[in-house]
Design a protein around this ligand. Sequence first.
Ligand SMILES: [Fe+2]
Ligand SMILES: [Fe+2]
Length: 454
Amino acid sequence: MRRILIIHSDQGVQSSLREYLSNEYSFEVESIRHFEEIKSPKELSTFDGILCENKYTDKEGFNVTSGRNLINYSIDHSIKKPIIILGEVEVDYGNYVSLPSRFSLRDVSLQLIKSLGVTEEELRHLKMPDYIQVEISNFYQLSNPCCDIYIKMTKTGEDHYVKRIYADDVLDKDIVRRYEDNNLTHFYVQKEDFEKLMGQILSQSLSKVVKAFKQGSKVLETSSDTYEISQNLLNDMGITPQTVKLAKTSIVAMQKTIAGSKKLMPLLRGLLENETSYAFKRNYLISLFFYQIIPNLGWGRGDQLKQTMDKVCYICFFHDIVLRDEELLKIHDSEDLALADITANQKKLVLEHANMCTTLLQEISGIPSGIDVIVRQHHGALNGIGFPDVYTSNLSPLAICFIVIEKYVVEILKCLENREKLKLNSILLELDDFFHLSSYRKIVFELKSLINPN
Ligand SMILES: [Fe+2]
Ligand SMILES: [Fe+2]
């Protein structure tokens, strides 16, 4: 049996990984909180593979780069065991790889199988029982479990599994404690639900961990969880951690390109530094959806696709850059405009903002070409002025894509702001009703496929 060592300071992350890897892959898993707890190089080399968090905060509040320390230690002692760092760090060489900060169980297991050279043959031999036990403490933080939860009863020598908590039931620590007080140590879930449940527990724990690094770290490193959109929620919307990573990399690249512009840089900085603002949330979320669906739209491959991707970030963050008030940003059509209680100047600004943003962008050199056209068309008007009554198909395909995604995101944010239950399927049905042309509906279809994959 292969032995795996997990080094992670968060109990939740530690135990969800341990449960998953030991049940799903029959690995023998040990875990410790910190790298410093390793007693000797000899002890470390008894493991076939090591998972280690990239950094943690110690008692004095200092950030410790545990992942890097572990790699240095293993190089110094010639330990050639595969090491997977949980969280980004520049280590992708030899036996060392890193995963995104918001890794999934699947990321970890696929990487482990690869790094350890587990064969197909070995995987075939792993057979899980119908009900899988999960240590009860894993449920402390789980408010709405994604599947039914059972307890095991043994009657006349036979095991029976009785459903005690239903999927989406409200669960809290007190409820879990009551089971513990009755000497229950494990809950059980059905085999087919196991991975999903452990994924849910892991991603809740990770949200906490990533949040802990928010303070003092740069805006871009943690932006996805600072505005009430957890990876959990992003998962529900079909946005993968890889896409989040891609979007963040593009934002950094864009900032570098814009850096020389005295006009645009302050505007962009104002937007990016204020992650809790409506503008940031909306633009960032639009970019994520864009990156997630673009590869499926058949707009080319390789360089061609990359060029399109490069444009996306600019379009998302600059299309409304001259609108500073949330109230103005929430005006999307003539009806919204008529209802808004704003001054004549503000009204003029709203009507002309698409054209104004285009002019600003045209002054910048070095940005991908063609962005200005799409920004100008982002409300459906070819000249970038006003809100047309109907959407036409003579816009740029990227502009059409933008219009549909922005509408989707606006509806999602409305739900989140009102603290309503997010029903993505009903939002998408409304979009289906709203857009009549097939060029627009194609995008709705792609957004649907994200949440209902076949
Ligand atoms: Fe706009
Ligand atoms: Fe907009």
